[in-house]
Write a protein of this length. Structure first.
Length: 319
């Protein structure tokens, strides 16, 4: 993203895959994490209101149909190569710096053009029996990608229950702002809190997921515990983490990266190999854990499902 000094095209494959670096850091995390896990013993699954440490197993979720033929990226890479500026701009540090973040209890505020406004406990949004695993491609704007076995519920199910009014055209989402718990927010790297938005039909699309877990476990803090957005046909930055508010609005909301640098990051951020980022090509990507680059697919491989949402739009203009 903007704050990076290197261009994505400058990223050395060793930087992405250097296991020695991971291993030494993992060793530290393992010993530090053992203490935290001891504290979590006896935690009874998803959404218990007691403090929960990442790693609690999820049960009872069904396996969705998405992801046939995709080989998930390793748990280690998914949870140690993160973008989460609320903790650090470094890729490996969020795992370390978010270790003690406690995502319970958690509430969500619903505002704007919607019948059911108010502040709700997370438990009221996500019912464990409704959870589904979906293996999705994940493509970062920095030209790397992963395959992630998410667990979550379609955002549309939540939105239907909230009953948007006829004026609701977009939904804006906001990350927690709590500099005491999120050390990156003590610096003015970004205009906090992190904001993202979707057009209502994008938010209601069956592929759009509110994720609470991955690899059969609750979301690790560094991946956006306890609740994050997953929109698999858009660049990674649209996938806002640790969401505390949903606001239904009439006008297109601004998202954080667009505010910072609207020339490079737009509202739509649809994965599109034909529209380059102003500083690098988006035609190819490096899948973490692989050596050779692969071609980036239109809408990240979900064109059959989502191209209709953008029929008639100039995708160079609405990037
Ligand atoms: N959400 C918040 N609140 N803060 C962030 O810094 N980074 C975004 C997105 N969501 C970010 C965020 C970016 S740039 C990417 S690529 C993805 O999260 C990374 O998600 P991951 O760490 O689970 O792979």
């Amino acid at each position: 993203m903007l704050i990076r000094i290197k261009k994505a095209s400058d990223i050395d494959s060793r930087e992405l895959t250097d296991k020695a670096v991971y291993e030494s850091r993992r060793e530290f995390l393992r010993s530090a994490g053992a203490l935290a896990l001891a504290g979590a013993a006896g935690v009874g699954g998803l959404l218990a209101s007691a403090p929960v440490t990442a790693g609690a197993k999820l049960s009872d979720y069904k396996k969705g149909a998405y992801g046939a033929g995709l080989e998930p990226t390793s748990y280690k890479d998914i949870t140690n190569y993160n973008n989460f500026y609320e903790f650090s701009t470094d890729k490996e540090e969020p795992a370390l710096l978010a270790r003690d973040f406690n995502p319970r209890p958690w509430t969500l505020t619903v505002e704007g053009e919607v019948e059911k406004t108010g502040t709700f406990a997370l438990e009221d949004f996500i019912k464990p029996h409704a959870l589904e695993e979906r293996i999705y491609r994940f493509r970062c704007v920095e030209a790397w990608s992963m395959v992630v076995p998410w667990i979550g519920i379609p955002l549309r199910d939540v939105i239907k229950r909230l009953q948007p009014t006829s004026k609701a055209k977009y939904v804006e989402m906001r990350t927690l702002y709590d500099p005491k718990r999120m050390p990156g927010q003590r610096r003015s790297l970004l205009p906090w809190p992190y904001l993202e938005g979707l057009r209502l039909d994008e938010a209601m699309h069956p592929l759009t997921l509110l994720a609470v877990g991955l690899y059969g476990e609750e979301l690790p803090n560094q991946n956006g515990a306890p609740l994050r957005l997953v929109v698999p046909w858009k660049y990674g930055f649209k996938n806002i983490k640790s969401i505390v508010s949903l606001r239904f609005v009439e006008q297109e909301p601004k998202n954080t990266w667009q505010v910072i640098n609207g020339r490079e990051y737009g509202f739509y951020a649809n994965v599109n190999p034909q529209v380059d980022h102003p500083r690098w090509s988006q035609a190819r990507e490096r899948r973490i854990g692989e050596f050779l680059k692969r071609d980036t697919l239109m809408f990240n491989g979900y064109a059959d499902e989502v191209a209709g949402l953008y029929a008639g739009m100039d995708l160079k203009k609405f990037y």
